[in-house]
Design a protein around this ligand. Structure first.
Ligand code: ZN
Ligand code: ZN
Length: 517
């Protein structure tokens, strides 16, 4: 709505047990029942009815004379089919328990139901919040299954953990040594999933994936120890990066190093409407027939197995040979593999690009001029020669930001550039392609290690051997070379690279760029 601040009418009960049944902010009303009675000054209005990503938007122009009341039916419908997938927001706050933002716990119940989140993880800072009782009190308990989590908020990064058994001691957030902290997180009763939050954001002067902490090309932890979180936020809709792809590349590098880390989408929302809860979200493979009774253990297993789709306005599905899906090892393959990518979204979102990454290297980039349909934006099939080595495949679709005022994507609050081009996007987790046919997945770093073990770090021999692999294996080999004390920027290496194939040159150059000059 435009111009004015709506208020509840006094003609109908505006509370249940003294709690408001609406969550109201200037221009925005959330209702837990599907109806709302609001008072507005006389004037011209545009009213939008919506219910988040999976639903249509209804638009109504209205001239409101003084002193009249109008019933205004605005029917919306379910548009995006998500059978067998649970809409999860792994990162949700309340003002009541986090003490910033503005959504009280009662208002949070209405906003979660109003955005169609079926599995909200309560992650207030260093406190356990249980939505069960407030959800019943607000009469929205059939719309979602609450999960108790915790945003463990340390001076060396923020981690979401879930589920946590009610009544447990919260982990000690004063621990800043990551290996010790991980032990503390895993020792918390019930915890199955540990997520590294907003890896590129700076809090307390600490950026988890700062240059000195993390190598964004190889996925190496520059602080020495091995990473051991299960998942990482690649799309946090309250803390987006100026370069929306930055966190995706970080994650793909982790996979190349050999970490099994699941990409998740979340909202990190503290507010009723300044940011939208569930705007960034994760679709988790899990029985969703009763949103109020979701099997939390089943959902957690899918998080750990990477059976998750990341959504920020689009939803992307992928299959290999019509039988392997996201999270699967695709094995027993022929010479050509059939990769099918389907992009879904509500009628109010648009996709104009689909990219396919193999070991983090973009191998297909298709522009979409005309959508195939209002909901299924496109379905693309690529026939891809099976490589002789293993690759992880990830599809990412994107499109222009939604024009209507009902789904604004917030600007980065820690921008790295003055340029900001908001986009809707959707991404898969990997399908693990068993290219070498040994029945398991071997990451690029493991290939590089095997090659270095076999031929040593003689630049000529190494470069020749890397010809059979891709850029990601070359980058990992460059890092192993450097670790043995052979500078990848030395004259000898440069000489050997002169006759190397392009992908080997690119891999070495990408790695060399991450070394101090
Ligand atoms: Zn945080
Ligand atoms: Zn947070």
């Amino acid at each position: 709505m435009e111009d004015s601040q709506p208020s509840t009418s006094d003609h109908q009960p505006s509370t249940i047990n003294h709690q408001p049944v609406l969550a109201l902010r200037p221009g925005v009303v959330y209702t837990g029942s599907g109806t709302a009675r609001i008072g507005l000054p006389a004037g011209d209005y545009t009213i939008y009815a919506s219910r988040g990503f999976e639903y249509s938007v209804r638009t109504q122009q209205l001239t409101l004379p003084p002193g009249r009341s109008y019933p205004l039916p605005m029917r919306i419908r379910r548009e995006v089919p998500t059978p067998g997938m649970v809409a999860c927001d792994t990162h949700v706050h309340t003002f009541t328990y986090s003490h910033h933002g503005d959504a009280t716990i009662e208002e949070r119940m209405l906003t979660l139901a109003g955005e169609g989140i079926e599995l909200p993880i309560a992650t207030d800072h260093d406190i356990l919040t249980d939505y069960s009782e407030p959800a019943r009190r607000m009469r929205v308990q059939d719309y979602f299954t609450p999960v108790i989590g915790d945003e463990v908020t340390t001076e060396a990064g923020h981690f979401n953990i879930f589920p946590v058994q009610p009544g447990s001691r919260v982990p000690d957030h004063r621990i800043t040594d990551w290996p010790k902290l991980m032990e503390e997180l895993r020792a918390t009763p019930g915890v199955r999933v540990v997520v590294l939050n907003h890896p590129r954001n700076i809090h307390n002067n600490f950026q988890p994936f700062a240059e000195k902490n993390f190598n964004p090309v190889t996925g190496e932890n520059r602080r020495g120890f091995e990473f051991s979180f299960d998942a990482i936020e690649v799309a946090n809709s309250s803390a987006l990066q100026s370069d929306l792809m930055l966190t995706f590349h970080d994650w793909l590098a982790l996979l190349n190093y050999g970490y099994r880390v699941t990409a998740v989408g979340s909202s990190d929302c503290h507010d009723v409407s300044r940011y939208i809860v569930g705007q960034g979200r994760s679709y988790v493979l899990c029985d969703d027939s009763h949103p109020g009774k979701i099997n939390i253990e089943e959902a957690c297993q899918s998080f750990l197995k990477g059976r998750v789709l990341v959504s920020l306005g689009l939803l992307v599905q992928m299959s290999v040979d019509d039988k392997f899906g996201v999270g699967d090892l695709a094995t027993g393959l022929g010479e050509l593999t059939r990769v099918t990518v389907t992009v879904l979204g509500p009628s109010w979102a648009r996709a104009d690009r689909v990219e396919l990454y193999a070991n983090g290297v973009r191998i297909r980039d298709q522009h979409i001029d005309v959508a195939a349909g209002p909901v299924e934006k496109t379905r693309i099939t690529w026939m891809i020669p099976r490589p002789a080595y293993d690759t992880h495949l990830v599809a990412i679709a994107s499109g222009p930001a939604v024009a209507g005022p009902y789904w604004p994507i917030a600007k980065p609050y820690q921008p790295s550039s003055r340029v900001w081009e908001p986009r809707v996007l959707g991404a898969t987790n990997p399908i693990w392609v068993d290219g070498d046919g040994d029945g398991r997945f071997t990451p690029p770093r493991a290939y590089a290690k095997e090659i270095v073990k076999r031929v040593g770090v003689d630049p000529k021999k190494l470069v020749a051997e890397l010809a059979k692999y891709d850029e990601s294996v070359a980058a990992q080999a460059a890092s192993l070379c450097q670790a043995t004390g052979r500078d990848v920027r030395s004259a000898e290496v440069e000489e050997a690279l002169k006759t190397a194939l392009q992908h080997v040159k690119r891999g070495f150059a990408a790695y060399a760029n991450t070394q101090q000059k």
